[in-house]
Design a protein around this ligand. Structure first.
Ligand SMILES: C[S@@+](CC[C@H](N)C(=O)[O-])C[C@H]1O[C@@H](n2cnc3c(N)ncnc32)[C@H](O)[C@@H]1O
Length: 282
């Protein structure tokens, strides 16, 4: 099996930038080489060069999604960056619950853009269920989108290991998760890894869909809250600005945008104002 040359890496980086806005610096070359080699080995062998030629000349949509999964990272966790959830509690749910704030049409629309395997949208859903009294009669929908097959499958299943649940308090685990039968191993016997499934109460308000963040957001919005966290770090500056401007187009006036703790909108010249670290208002 061939190794990944610098020229071939640049051709892959070019596909990633044009299709998904991903900016693959040279630091990523070894990682991409390892992942490509492992993918080709599992697929029965073949040369990296032939694989890349096929992607350039005649790719199917599925070929491209497989490449996207090879190149992208789905790291996530429940209630990641708790300050963002505290901000929502303070600035949104407290007012809604007290009646000092109301949303038009009694509709609350939240978008977890780049939702990975679901920890983020399900955390948002748990928070709504905890803080927004059902007696207020709000119609709540949380849209969870990603591009990755792996992420969308994980998010739709909503089944997690103990390790993936790190960050969830015992109270939340008791209220929002149910133990499920462990999956069967290769021999047909049950493995011993305990698995937990997000309850129907939580899943009911989350809709999972595919969306490439650098393609038009047709039919989406307007939203009251958007979580766009830990994905802009993979984009170059122009793509970041373009994506945030598209987000702005689907944000209701007064709505909230959260970005990851290592991300900022400063210097992007976008019409959103900072309200707290990582939190912006339209
Ligand atoms: C590191 S995860 C962040 C997950 C979650 N937002 C969080 O903060 O925990 C980044 C996610 O962005 C997704 N992603 C990257 N580029 C994307 C694009 N162009 N369109 C949609 N999703 C993208 C990846 O598939 C991955 O699931």
């Amino acid at each position: 099996m061939s190794t990944l040359t610098e020229t071939t890496f640049k051709r892959i980086a070019d596909i990633a930038r044009r299709r998904w806005g991903l900016s693959l610096g040279e630091r990523k070359m070894q990682l991409v080489a390892n992942r490509l080699t492992s993918h080709l080995r599992k697929a029965g062998g073949g040369e990296i060069e032939d694989y890349v030629l096929r992607l350039e000349r005649n790719p199917t949509e599925e070929d491209m999604l497989v490449l996207f999964d090879i190149l992208s990272t789905n790291v996530t966790s429940f209630f990641r960056d708790p300050a963002h959830f505290a901000f929502l509690e303070r600035e949104l749910y407290a007012g809604l619950a007290k009646g000092t704030l109301a949303l038009p049409g009694k509709r609350l629309r939240i978008w977890s853009a780049a939702c990975s395997i679901g920890a983020e949208p399900y955390s948002l859903a748990m928070q709504v269920l905890e803080l927004l009294p059902s007696s207020l009669g709000y119609d709540v929908k949380i849209l969870a989108t990603d591009l990755s097959n792996k992420a969308l499958t994980g998010c739709r299943e909503g089944v997690y290991t103990e390790t993936q649940l790190t960050g969830l308090s015992p109270e939340r685990r008791a209220r929002f998760l149910k133990k499920v039968d462990p999956p069967k191993g290769a021999t047909g016997t049950a493995t011993h890894t305990p698995m937990w499934r997000v309850t129907d109460e939580v899943r009911r308000i989350v809709e999972v869909r595919r969306q490439n963040l650098v393609e038009p957001y047709t039919g989406l919005g307007p939203f009251d809250v958007i979580f766009l966290r830990n994905v802009m770090i993979y984009f170059d500056r122009d793509t970041r600005r373009e994506v945030v401007m598209h987000m702005h187009g689907v944000m209701r006036p007064g709505s909230i945008l959260a970005v990851g703790s290592a991300e900022t909108l400063s210097g992007l010249d976008v019409p959103l104002r900072g309200a707290a670290p990582g939190m912006y208002l339209r």
